[in-house]
Design a protein around this ligand. Structure first.
Ligand SMILES: Nc1ncnc2c1ncn2[C@@H]1O[C@H](COP(=O)(O)OP(=O)(O)OP(=O)(O)O)[C@@H](O)[C@H]1O
Ligand SMILES: [Mg+2]
Length: 363
């Protein structure tokens, strides 16, 4: 079977608002978009990255696979938010064999959870960190014998929940990634220029993720509890509406006239909180990496389309803001996928596209 031969995986982004599925077929013509679909979840099924309603989420996943007629059961999925910490740390250079023990020790001071309840993983960013070969900086780092390591710590119980969820849905979870890194992979294949220093900002329903990258390596990543649900909940309480009605009003699908001003006020309040949070992260990056300059902010996630957000972010940071289109460099058959639909959905598809780029055997 060609699927197995190519070791390709289905990218499944299990978000708190919806589940996104992307299937990509590597071919001589390039990366072909083979499948894309989304299924909504009720508001309390997944709360801040933890699965509250296994059965509901599982049946949504099964329906998504059935509706899209997806044959491949091998999936790559991701976690984010409170359940995972991503941090770049500096340790003294060591043999790989010793490194694990050192990192375990080091990690304790960086991880706010009980170390026995987390799974630790790490990635060596190159001895001495990301410095130019032969540069003075490289020589300096080699002398001090330091190396930079990206530490990823995820809560074991959350990992177990995601794995069980996929298994009871009849799937084979083969890669477990982190939203921020999946998005980074989607960015790498879709942006015109990827060698500089950028910020990737993902505003979903319950999480706002920020990842500052330089030359394809993450400098700093963090998730915090902001997102489109804040707005939906405000609309629900202010106008006494159901979740569905409030979502509709938020997305401009409901007739409003007298509510318009109040709605705009809700948007403005949320957007300014998001922008402040992004600014705090960018200030941290600027003070930690004084020599780096963020050239552009790429925004994604369904809520990056909230009216005024992108403009306000650009104004407040003085950095150009652009929407990331994860489909940009995929081969798309317009007879199968409506280009207008893909364009509308693009912000919600970033993580799933990034996951679909992964292969069996990847870490
Ligand atoms: N065109 C749009 N304008 C404004 N908001 C939108 C638009 N489309 C979707 N949203 C909002 O974006 C959110 C969903 O985005 P996304 O799919 O990125 O979140 P998620 O991955 O399910 O959630 P999370 O990652 O935060 O758990 C919802 O709050 C939804 O109402
Ligand atoms: Mg998401």
């Amino acid at each position: 079977m060609p699927i197995a031969k190519k070791n390709q995986l289905i990218g499944l982004d299990i978000g708190s608002h919806s589940i996104k599925l992307v299937e990509i077929d590597d071919s001589k013509k390039g990366r072909i978009l083979k499948n894309f679909g989304v299924i909504g979840l009720p508001p309390d099924a997944i709360v801040e990255g933890s699965i509250k309603e296994m059965e509901i989420v599982s049946s949504a996943i099964k329906n998504l696979f059935k509706n899209l007629k997806v044959k491949n059961k091998n999936v790559a999925t991701s976690i984010s938010g409170f359940s995972v910490i991503v941090k770049k740390i500096t340790v003294s250079s060591k043999e790989e064999s010793e490194l694990e023990a050192t990192i375990q020790d080091e990690a304790e001071q960086y991880i706010p959870f009980d170390i026995n309840e987390v799974n630790l993983d790490f990635d060596i960013l190159s001895p001495g960190g990301e410095v130019e070969e032969g540069s003075e900086e490289e020589a300096e780092k080699e002398e001090t014998g330091e190396m930079e390591v990206m530490l990823v710590a995820a809560k074991k119980d959350i990992i177990d929940d995601y794995i069980s969820l996929l298994q009871i849905s009849g799937l084979e979870p083969l890669v477990l990634d982190v939203d921020a890194f999946a998005l980074q992979n989607a960015f790498e294949i879709s942006a015109e220029e990827t060698s500089g220093c950028y910020a990737l900002v993902n505003v979903g329903a319950e999480e706002l993720g920020i990842n500052a990258i330089k030359g394809g390596v993450s400098l700093f990543a963090r998730d915090s509890s902001y997102g489109g649900s804040q707005i939906t909940e405000q609309i629900m309480s202010q106008f006494n509406l159901s979740f569905e009605e409030a979502e509709k009003m938020k997305l401009g699908g409901a007739k409003i006239s007298k509510e318009k001003a109040a709605l705009e006020e809700i948007f403005t309040a949320a957007v300014s909180e998001w922008v402040q949070e992004i600014k705090r992260a960018l200030d941290f990056v600027a003070s930690t990496y004084a020599e780096e300059n963020i050239e552009k902010i790429f925004v994604t996630g369904g809520s990056c389309r909230i009216p005024g957000f992108q403009k306000y972010l650009q104004m407040e940071t003085d950095i150009p803001v652009e929407e990331l289109n994860p489909f940009a460099n995929l081969v798309v058959d317009e007879k199968v996928f409506d280009p207008k639909y893909l364009k509308y959905m693009a912000p919600q598809a970033g993580v799933a596209v990034g996951l679909a780029l992964r292969h069996i055997g990847d870490k």
